[in-house]
Design a protein around this ligand. Structure first.
Ligand SMILES: Cc1ncc(COP(=O)(O)O)c(C=O)c1O
Length: 418
């Protein structure tokens, strides 16, 4: 299905094409992108749909994403619908909308229908995967220092309760090649290894792992991979199944711009029967992915807004978005690389990183750097507790501009010279 057909399907399923709805409502204009016959928006046109507080420079967008105005508009409308028609809506109309959202998402992500469920976030998706995967005492799981703290905690919990063994490898901050990383993972695998846990884009330094190369190399061993793609989906351009991981968790509320409280879990269909539900369920079939999705009352409006986020993201080519985000990061890293007190922890090339970057200062602890950036320059970054020393993570979003990155360079130059 091409982009126009997908948009048409979205229009049919969601009852509207949101950009045209929004433009008509907000600007009293009737023309839409599709009607104009124009294929995609430029970054500058796309950015017009974001309204964020510019009284400070927010370079801490790794926490959660931003909804564009059309998506926010739809989310408010959906929330009003739920809140006015209550269980009359939830019982009688929502089930169809839920199925529509699943159909749209499956089409958009090219996922078989019995391979994914919606979750409230990546933590929930990964807990369902990690705690549901059949493991026994003595089984080994490979992790790295770049995996997300809460996921490592979940594995550590299973170390106690299931007596599994955790094997940690150390990934270099500035890898020499994809082959070097692949070797690290291959060497960590033993005859007892059952799972390799991978983080596509880590939340400390933003390093992108060569996932396809790793999963290809691990395939002959039969070891399964759980991929934490919380930070990579709709940030860098890839297709979930092409990465070759057995289980993948993504967030829709980071780079995709859905309301906070939207995530997704993909499990290779042939693995589903072996998985145990984390949330009690005995009614679904063994081989049904929905046995993993017994979460209770759903955030209705969130699910109903996924289609709107999808339609909005369709307005820009993923490669254009990725390029722009990478440029924002490159601008500040290139501007501070030469400063004597600054240690950059993120390789700048697009192969290894996109929007997220991190650094340390040799003459100041990370918390003080973040405080100084905020109090003296109104720039928001965040401290991340990375093994080997705290770092400052900088994450621009699509609404940020090169001027924001340059503001950071100026501020770090002042700190360097102080
Ligand atoms: C790499 C990674 N994995 C998982 C998560 C968890 O995401 P959430 O808090 O939305 O569940 C995050 C959150 O920032 C993350 O950066």
């Amino acid at each position: 299905m091409d982009r126009r057909e997908l948009l048409k399907t979205m229009g049919i399923l969601s009852g509207s094409l949101l950009i045209s709805d929004y433009v008509a409502a907000q600007e009293n204009a009737t023309s839409t992108l599709m009607e104009n016959g124009k294929d995609q928006l430029s970054i500058q046109e796309f950015q017009k749909y974001y309204q964020t507080d510019r009284s400070f420079t927010n370079l801490e967008n790794g926490f959660f994403g931003v909804m564009s105005e059309p998506v926010l508009h739809k989310f408010i409308e959906n929330t009003r619908t739920v809140n006015s028609r209550l269980s009359g809506f939830a019982r009688l109309e929502f089930p169809k909308l839920y199925r529509d959202a699943l159909i749209l998402t499956g089409t958009y992500l090219k996922l078989p229908s019995n391979s994914f469920i919606f979750t409230r976030n990546a933590t929930e998706a990964l807990n369902v995967a990690i705690q549901g995967y059949p493991l026994a005492a003595g089984d080994e799981v490979v992790l790295s220092q770049f995996d997300y703290d809460s996921m490592v905690e979940t594995w550590e919990m299973l170390q106690k309760t299931k007596k599994i063994k955790l094997v940690y490898l150390e990934i270099p901050a500035h890898p020499e090649s994809a082959a070097q990383i692949v070797e690290l993972y291959k060497n960590a695998v033993t005859s007892r290894t059952k799972i390799v846990h991978l983080t596509h884009i880590n939340h400390f330094t933003g390093l992108i792992l060569p996932i396809k190369e790793i999963t290809d190399a691990l395939k002959p061993s039969g070891v399964k991979t759980i991929l934490d793609a919380a930070h990579s989906f709709a940030h860098i351009d890839y297709s979930i199944t092409e990465l070759g991981a057995d289980i993948v968790a993504i967030n829709l509320h980071k780079w995709f711009g859905s309301p906070v409280g939207t995530g997704l879990l993909y499990v290779k269909p042939e693995l589903i029967s072996a998985m145990n539900p984390l949330f009690g369920d005995v009614k679904q079939k063994e081989n049904s992915i929905y046995k993993l999705a017994h979460f209770g009352t759903t955030p209705f409006a969130n699910i109903m807004t996924i289609g709107a986020a999808m339609a909005f993201q369709q307005q820009i080519a993923p490669a254009v978005k990725q390029n722009y985000l990478h440029g924002l990061k490159k601008t500040w890293i290139d501007g501070v690389q030469h400063l004597s007190a600054v240690e950059v922890l993120t390789p700048v090339s697009p192969e290894w990183s996109c929007a997220i970057g991190a650094f340390r200062m040799r003459n100041m602890d990370a918390k003080k750097v973040v405080d100084q950036l905020w109090t003296a320059h109104k720039i928001l970054g965040v401290v991340r507790n990375l093994k080997g020393g705290d770092c400052i993570r900088i994450t621009p979003q699509i609404y940020n501009t090169t001027a924001d990155s340059e503001r950071l360079v100026k501020a770090l130059t002042v700190l360097n010279n102080s």
